[in-house]
Ligand binder design. Structure first.
Ligand code: COA
Length: 332
């Protein structure tokens, strides 16, 4: 069998139209726009309205990616949805997306690794392509975290936004696609980003509702330290596997959690900040959607070319990390 590569032939993103600015949050929270901008780089976020769910956002991003790949949904061999904010705990949101896309009986699975989910899913898709098992795979990162944060908690609610991003990966014999990756998890830090209640450890009940412990909680300082510590080593490992150095990379697409984390990574890796894609100012942290959203947005405006060498780096709940070196399409 000839060697197979996963070409990324389509991409798409969806953000709900409603924008909530920092100034609007000042009206209901003990916060200031200045604090949010200085500490995070966030100016605004998009928030889904009551008619949207995680699956509806995923489906919109998916249709765009499929249209661009010129691939009917019925030709999909596998659907991977990365999210930590599904419509329901059960059934898997991936099956709901599969049904909405009319992808009859296509295997579908949800990958729940927090903000790192999209890159985890991309790496998983690549394995199925490389082995020859599947030829056409849809990979989606989507989050509707505005339904899971406590809007009275200023330390978390200002940080997140809703969005979805999708790519289509298709088998080709021309060298391209995923060239190297690094995945990791240190579950010892599981309590740093957590929804403490509503799962088997602490089932939902009146006490939970009273405490509000079903909401997302985060130890921001610990997450910050973890993110800045892991960014460089994860990138180096992925680059080494790809047989490349940072000098070969055209664009770094970091998970958009905090502008200061991105600035620290740029400093540590001695790379100018203008080689990092940054859109946290407009979308805030969209968790598993942040990398595919940044990717689609910058491909659409022509800033990133499909033949560019990209370094994707993410970190998040778990604590998990993921990095990938990708050239979406074969060079000329
Ligand atoms: C959350 C985060 C922005 C907080 O910034 P920070 O500089 O670390 O701030 P601290 O947590 O040290 O808090 C500083 C003060 O600001 C306060 N504060 C927190 N949120 C605030 C807000 N929205 N407005 C005003 N003040 C706020 C805190 O209560 C604290 O006050 P205190 O010193 O009186 O206790 C930052 O830690 C961060 O981005 N961490 C990583 C988060 C992340 O990546 N999460 C997603 C993982 S995928």
């Amino acid at each position: 069998m000839p060697k197979l590569y996963g070409e990324i032939t389509g991409w798409g993103a969806y953000v709900p139209p409603r924008i909530v600015t920092n100034h609007e949050l000042e009206a209901t929270l003990d916060t200031t726009s200045e604090w949010i901008v200085q500490r995070t780089g966030i100016h605004q976020r998009h928030i889904a309205d009551a008619s949207e769910t995680t699956s509806t956002m995923a489906v919109k991003a998916s249709w765009s990616a499929l249209a661009q790949a010129n691939l009917p949904s019925t030709a999909l061999d596998l659907i991977l949805i990365a999210t930590s904010s599904p419509d329901y705990f059960t059934p898997p949101v991936s099956s709901m997306v599969q049904a909405a896309l009319n992808a009859h009986n296509t295997p579908a699975m949800t990958i729940v690794t927090g903000c790192t989910g999209f890159v985890y899913a991309l790496v998983t898709a690549h394995q199925f392509i490389e082995t020859g098992a599947y030829r056409n795979i849809l990979v989606v990162g989507v989050e509707l975290l505005s339904r899971f944060v406590d809007w009275e908690d200023r330390s978390t609610s200002v940080l997140f936004g809703d969005a979805g991003g999708a790519v289509v990966m298709q088998a080709t014999e021309k060298p391209c696609g995923l060239q190297g990756y690094a995945l990791g998890s240190d579950g010892n830090g599981f309590q740093h980003i957590i929804m403490p209640s509503g799962g088997s450890a602490r089932p939902f009940g009146a006490d939970v509702l009273h405490e509000g412990s079903h909401h997302l909680q985060m130890n921001g300082r610990e997450v910050f330290k973890f993110a800045t510590r892991i960014f460089g080593p994860a990138s180096d490992q992925a680059l080494k596997m790809a047989g490349k150095t940072i000098a070969d990379v055209d664009w770094i697409i970091p998970h958009q959690a905090n502008l200061r984390i991105i600035q620290a990574a740029a400093r540590d890796m001695e790379i100018p900040l203008d080689r990092f894609i940054v859109n946290i100012d407009r979308y805030a942290n969209t968790s598993a959607a942040s990398i595919p959203l940044a990717l689609a947005e910058n491909l659409d405006c022509g800033r990133i070319k499909p033949t560019d060498t990209l370094l994707l780096v993410s970190f998040g709940a778990g604590m998990t990390w993921s990095a990938a070196v990708v050239q979406m399409q074969p060079g000329k």
